[in-house]
Design a protein around this ligand. Sequence first.
Ligand SMILES: NC(=O)c1ccc[n+]([C@@H]2O[C@H](COP(=O)([O-])OP(=O)(O)OC[C@H]3O[C@@H](n4cnc5c(N)ncnc54)[C@H](OP(=O)(O)O)[C@@H]3O)[C@@H](O)[C@H]2O)c1
Length: 425
Amino acid sequence: MRIAVLGLGTVGRYVVDALESERELFSARLGEELVVSRILVRDQGSERPESVRGRITFAVEEILKDPEIEIVVELMGGYEPARSIIEAALKAGKSVVTANKEVIARSGPALSLAAQPAADLLFEAAVAGGIPIIRSLQESLAGNRLQAIYGIVNGTTNFVLSRMQREGGSFVEALAEAKRLGYAEADPSDDLDALDAVRKISILASLAFGGWVDVDAVPKEGIRGITEVDIAEAKSLGGVIKLVARAEATPDGLTLGVSPTLIPLGHPLADVQGAQNAIYVRGEPIGELIFQGPGAGGPATSSAVIGDIIDAARSRRVGGRSVALPREPAPLVPLGQHAHCYYMRLRLHDEPGALALVAQAFAGAGVTLRSVRQPVREAGISVISVVTGPTRRAQLEDARLSLRGCPSVLAEESLILAEMESLLP
Ligand SMILES: NC(=O)c1ccc[n+]([C@@H]2O[C@H](COP(=O)([O-])OP(=O)(O)OC[C@H]3O[C@@H](n4cnc5c(N)ncnc54)[C@H](OP(=O)(O)O)[C@@H]3O)[C@@H](O)[C@H]2O)c1
């Protein structure tokens, strides 16, 4: 069976190498040989390995118009032209395997509609690299009513937060090390500002809860504002801070969001270190499951891509597989109605009555406080950390508005979900 690979970068290189070095193993699994007949790249000036030179092309039409190519493996990244190429390949009756979360999160349902009956659109590698979470949600867990998914699905932010927690130091220092070690891209904005995690939880929630989740509807908060003080406060409160992508089924709809989250030590997600990814799933009758493993990198991602290639190839020969991406929008609970406990760090003038004014601002909005601590006091400034009781986001916003009008409050410096209890079943 002939396949074409679009992109020969971090992931594409491994996929092409593995398909060649493990040719016999995969042929035995499939009962047919897989041959990479074309490889699309962009830069005509780049030197390519000897082994692929005869197969390189810069013209995607050569692939789309070749009737012998049955599977297109999109590993270019970015939204366009990747989306249009995937659509054209599906319309031409080719199966498509992609690792592209941006395209799937924005256009998954439309693309699966465009597919010819024999053509599959598979995207296991789009969420959490090598962790087989897509197929698990779609197939193995299809007999469950799923209740919640909590994921550490961005390796860059988890590396930065783990490093701040283990070795101390600032966010800037931890990010510099992540870049040096290759865990953060030159422009890590999509990771740090939580957009990458939003794309992934949108895909997971759409598969788990059966309604399409629009990425633009998912509230998000990144990790740029987290400081050493927050990390130390989390520790004193018995937890750690992680960037958690969450999706929960409630009687009113789905509660979705990505934000820095204070999670209790002892919860399986609290121990996920470095660039690892982990996804916690709770459902009936299964109970709790945790998937953990490498969420990025060529080797791990190629594992998911090749699994999809073999699956697509098998399905073209024996039939019977179809990917069900929901098309109807999922009912989402508006952010104002999300109920959580929150951790907040505030900078105050160190003056009599300042704390009382802060307490009044929360009380006036109907927000109870579970803890108020003062980790820093210096030169007329006092930094306090506050943990609220369970409160609706709308009430919290009322309290934040009052705090902004409070003469003793210099700044609100961070806001973190404090899920010390509600993450537990
Ligand atoms: N890297 C990871 O760990 C990882 C993990 C999970 C998912 N993914 C996803 O996998 C995909 C690929 O990521 P990557 O890290 O392998 O990317 P990468 O290293 O940047 O490689 C991209 C490849 O695609 C080619 N390309 C890009 N735009 C093109 C265009 N318009 N026409 C033709 N070729 C084009 C590039 O060609 P040139 O060689 O000519 O520049 C390059 O070979 C992305 O969707 C990414 O989100 C990556």
